[in-house]
Design a protein around this ligand. Sequence first.
Ligand code: SF4
Length: 298
Amino acid sequence: MKIRLIVAKNIGFCFGVRRSVETVEKLLESERKVYVAGELVHNERVLNELMKKGMVLFNPHSDLPKDLKAHTVVVRAHGLPPNIVKRLEDHAGRVVDTTCPIVMDMFKTAKGLAKKHDRLYVLGDPNHPEIVALRGYVEDPIVFKDRNELEKILKMRNDNPNLKVALISQTTKDFMTFQRSLELLVKHFKCVSVNRTICDITIKREEELGELSKKSDVVMVIGSEKSSNTNKLLRIARENTKAFLVSDPHDLRRRIPEFYDGMVVSMVSGTSTPDQLVDEMIDELKKICEEVDVVWSR
Ligand code: SF4
């Protein structure tokens, strides 16, 4: 059996996640134990490998580890509320902040907009660490996860249409939902400022996936079920074709029930998927199908 595999150009870790993971790896070369405030990356495999080397995860919003003073704490790419960073600085040996610069820009934009407007609307998942951190920069943002939720919020609040409102987004939300949310806000309010704080890296992945899914029999989305970014890609791919989420190469055969001669498979990944996992998936596909014509998008 011969299949064609198209590997997306934008695949593997994004630069923000890569920077955080590489920082922890580097620290572990000289430190026996390195604390990370929260889940470094939404990928169990990467976490397990780093934990074997001495990384310890803890919840920075709860009781702090007793021996923190003797160790380095890393702030992950999603960032933390400023008061929590301050608390870590007061209690840890040192703090290495790897908040992604794009995420930090979003926090600053949110703060600036909140000062000049009556309401700040934020497209995001309320429990996502980026939104939890954002709440430390802005008081009472109105967070909604999709257009339907925004519609309900608008009805329930029944705010005066003359209020000045602003709209931003969690960096990993999808562009279409953002656009639809903006249209809804514009219907309700006379003055809406908008700042598209979605990360360009995730937009590029969505656009590329839109193209690939139209010319593929199946899309393989590599990543963790826990990653909102990976789940978003799965939803987008399913608008055009069959799509499966695969997090472990050993699970590939079970996740994708059928391969056939001439099948076109596309491979994409979330931003928290390591490049090594992509390579392993390709190797596994080669084991399952006799011949795999691998096409690397450039
Ligand atoms: S997706 Fe974009 S904003 Fe989020 S960590 Fe990666 S580079 Fe930064």
